[in-house]
Design a protein around this ligand. Structure first.
Ligand SMILES: Nc1ncnc2c1ncn2[C@@H]1O[C@H](COP(=O)(O)OP(=O)(O)OP(=O)(O)O)[C@@H](O)[C@H]1O
Ligand SMILES: [Mg+2]
Length: 171
C-alpha cells in the first residue's frame, strides 16, 4: 500500500480546505511535520487545520513564541489541544526535544510543526510529513507531498487518501 500522496493546491483557500479535510482523520497523539521554503504555506495549512477543529482564535505564525497552544472544541476527533510550533530558529535537536511536543500530544493533543523536517530525528517516528513546494510558473499553486510513517498511518491510510481525494494528483 502506498504511504505517500501528491496533492495540488491552486490557492491559499484550497490549502486551508485540504488541511481541514486532513484534520478529520487525525487522532490524539499525532505529529504533523510541515516543511517547505519561506512562504510555502505552512502557516496557511495550520489555519485551515485549526478552523476544522473549531478553533476561533486566529492561528498565527508561532515564529517568535516557538509553540502556541489552542483549545479544541469537543468533537468526534477526541482532540483537546492543537499545538502549533515553528522550529526554524532552533539550531539543535536538543532544543526541539526540550519543547516537549511528544509529551504534550500524549495528553489529547495534535502537533503541527513548521520546519518539522529538521525535527524528524526527535519527533519523526510515526509522524505525517508534508512537504509544500511552490511552482515557479504560478504563484498561487503548491504541490504538497504527504508521507506517512508508522503503523498508525498505515492503518488510516485509506481514510486519509479518501479525505484528500479532491486534491490528489499523479505522483
Ligand atoms: N496554494 C497556496 N497555498 C498556501 N499559501 C498560498 C497559496 N497560494 C498563495 N499562497 C500565499 O502564500 C503565503 C504563504 O504564507 P505562510 O505564512 O502560510 O507560509 P509559511 O510556509 O508558513 O512561511 P514561513 O516559512 O515564513 O513560516 C500566504 O501569503 C498565502 O496567501
Ligand atoms: Mg509559517
Amino acid at each position: 500500500m502506498s504511504t505517500s500522496l501528491a496533492l495540488a493546491s491552486g490557492s491559499a483557500a484550497a490549502t486551508r480546505e485540504l488541511a481541514a479535510a486532513l484534520a478529520t482523520v487525525c487522532v490524539p497523539g499525532d505529529v504533523l511535520l510541515l516543511s517547505g521554503d519561506l512562504g510555502a504555506g505552512k502557516t496557511t495549512f495550520a489555519q485551515g487545520f485549526g478552523r476544522a477543529l473549531g478553533i476561533d482564535d486566529p492561528v498565527t505564525s508561532p515564529t517568535f513564541t516557538l509553540v502556541r497552544q489552542y483549545e479544541v472544541a469537543p468533537g468526534p476527533t477526541g482532540l483537546r489541544t492543537l499545538l502549533h510550533a515553528d522550529v526554524y530558529r532552533l539550531d539543535h535537536l536538543g532544543e526541539i526535544a526540550d519543547l516537549g511536543l511528544g509529551q504534550l500530544v500524549e495528553d489529547g493533543g495534535v502537533a503541527l510543526v513548521e520546519w518539522g523536517d529538521a525535527a524528524e530525528p526527535v519527533l519523526g517516528s510515526g509522524a505525517l510529513s508534508l512537504l509544500l513546494e511552490t511552482d515557479p510558473d504560478d504563484e498561487g499553486r503548491r504541490r504538497i507531498t504527504v508521507t506517512g510513517a508508522g503503523e498508525s498511518w498505515d492503518d488510516r491510510w485509506s481514510a486519509l487518501a479518501s479525505a484528500l481525494g479532491p486534491w490528489t494528483v499523479a505522483p
